[in-house]
Design a binder for this molecule. Structure first.
Ligand code: 5RP
Length: 234
């Protein structure tokens, strides 16, 4: 089966391989999206087999799936640490010669604020992806979650950085996308992003920005599911 951006089989391989790294007693960050969903289902099966695992969901979607498959849930305030976070990505720099090797764009599911919180809190953060996500340089639009009152002023600041902001689903009959935390999302096109670290710093400095979807220097490894197996990049 093909799902948006890649085959479901490749996503399943990546997700299940990452879930195999979850050990008894682990607190696991549960990312968002169709690839991570395979990991959450596999963690549910590990719980059925008797492993004591607690999950910290990064979105309503991952929370619902974890409840459905029986993964006990907790939150960042209730634990001493997060052993492992497993999360998907919309784009991953796979060029070892690039300074930004391993940098990500996330936020296709508008969950990147909580994802960044949980993924960066983890001792180890593993990205799960299929080959359609790999790139030499980041070039997709960067999702930027903003306070609702701030969307036009942030949009002006994005334009001043030579970006083109689009309020996600602004034309929808029932209004634009609202994140789990009540924020709006500006999808910001910058063309090819040669220095994601610098752009990340600039975006974080704009008042009204809650979080952006550039994850630079955060991932410890990327598991890429293919039609034959799983490739690991570290
Ligand atoms: C959600 C995300 C997702 O992890 C990203 O969009 C990848 O999703 P999928 O595994 O369905 O391709 O960042 O905010």
């Amino acid at each position: 089966m093909k799902t948006a951006g890649g085959s479901d089989e490749a996503k399943r391989r990546a997700g299940e391989r990452a879930a195999a790294a979850v050990e008894d007693g682990f607190v696991v960050g549960l990312g968002t999206g169709s690839t991570t969903a395979h990991a959450i289902r596999a963690i549910g099966r590990a719980v059925d087999d008797g492993l004591e695992i607690r999950g910290i969901p990064t979105s309503f979607q991952s929370r619902q799936l974890a409840l459905e498959v029986g993964v006990p849930l907790t939150d960042l305030d209730a634990v001493d640490g997060v052993d492992l976070a497993i999360d998907g990505a919309d784009q991953v720099v796979d060029d070892r010669d690039a300074a930004a090797f391993g940098a990500l764009i996330k936020g296709g599911g508008a969950a990147h604020a909580r994802e960044k919180l949980v993924d960066t809190a983890a001792d180890r953060f593993v990205v799960v992806a299929d080959p359609s996500k790999l790139t030499d340089r980041l070039e997709r639009s960067v999702p930027v979650a903003v306070l609702p009152d701030a969307h036009s002023v942030v949009a002006d600041r994005i334009r001043a950085l030579d970006g083109e902001p689009t309020l996600r689903d602004a034309e929808r009959k029932d209004g634009p996308v609202v994140t789990d935390n009540g924020n709006l999302v500006l999808d910001c096109a910058f063309g090819r992003i040669d220095d994601p670290d610098e752009l990340a710093t600039r975006l974080s400095g704009i008042p009204g920005v809650v979080e952006h979807g550039l994850f630079v220097g955060v991932a410890d490894a990327t598991y890429i599911g293919t039609d034959d197996g799983v490739e690991v990049r570290r």
